[in-house]
Design a protein around this ligand. Structure first.
Ligand code: MN
Length: 178
């Protein structure tokens, strides 16, 4: 099988970045992990990652998640990251890829509804989160009208359940910044 982390490694110089290179060993134990890293790069964004198939499936969410089911947040699919990345916090040097501070904003487990591999291909992934901050059911939906390499835009949407909350009742990104 081709190494799923080729793109990840290609972008980085591991003699200069504190980020993990990723090994094949740690995989099984970290199945179902979920993490969000708040990444103060040139533009602040939230990296949303779900462990699947031995890697972290990853999306960059410029505005971060919202608990309001009416609010759809753009989530740009990025390269798979190694599972070890779920523990990474630190400073990436300014001139390196993704330079800036990475803070673990939320972590926990995720539970796919249905076959997650199929969901990823189809562009519709429904799952439950058991994080410290985010809980309940969420969906990631690939947006339409995209072709080929451009099919990287998804929307992250909170499902209506007891963990949902309208935006008028506050913003979790503001209330719990760290
Ligand atoms: Mn990032």
């Amino acid at each position: 099988m081709a190494d799923p982390l080729v793109r990840y490694r290609h972008k980085r110089d591991f003699t200069k970045t504190p980020e993990p290179r990723g090994s094949r060993r740690k995989r099984a134990a970290q199945a179902l992990r979920y993490v969000i890293q708040k990444h103060a790069a040139r533009r602040l964004h939230y990296d949303f990652r779900l462990a699947l198939g031995g890697v972290l499936k990853s999306w960059a969410v410029p505005k971060g998640p919202s608990l309001d089911p009416e609010v759809k947040r753009l989530a740009v699919e990025v390269e798979d990251h190694p599972l070890e990345y779920a523990d990474f916090e630190g400073v990436i040097l300014e001139h390196e890829y993704g330079g800036g501070t990475v803070l673990l904003w939320d972590r926990g487990r995720w539970f796919p509804e249905g076959d997650p591999e199929k969901g990823l291909k189809k562009g519709h992934l429904k799952f439950r989160l058991e994080g410290k901050k985010l809980k309940g059911v969420w969906t990631l939906v690939r947006t339409r009208q995209q072709t080929g390499e451009e099919r990287r835009n998804w929307l992250l949407i909170k499902h209506s359940d007891t963990e949902a909350r309208p935006a008028t009742q506050g913003d979790i990104l503001v209330e719990r910044p760290d």
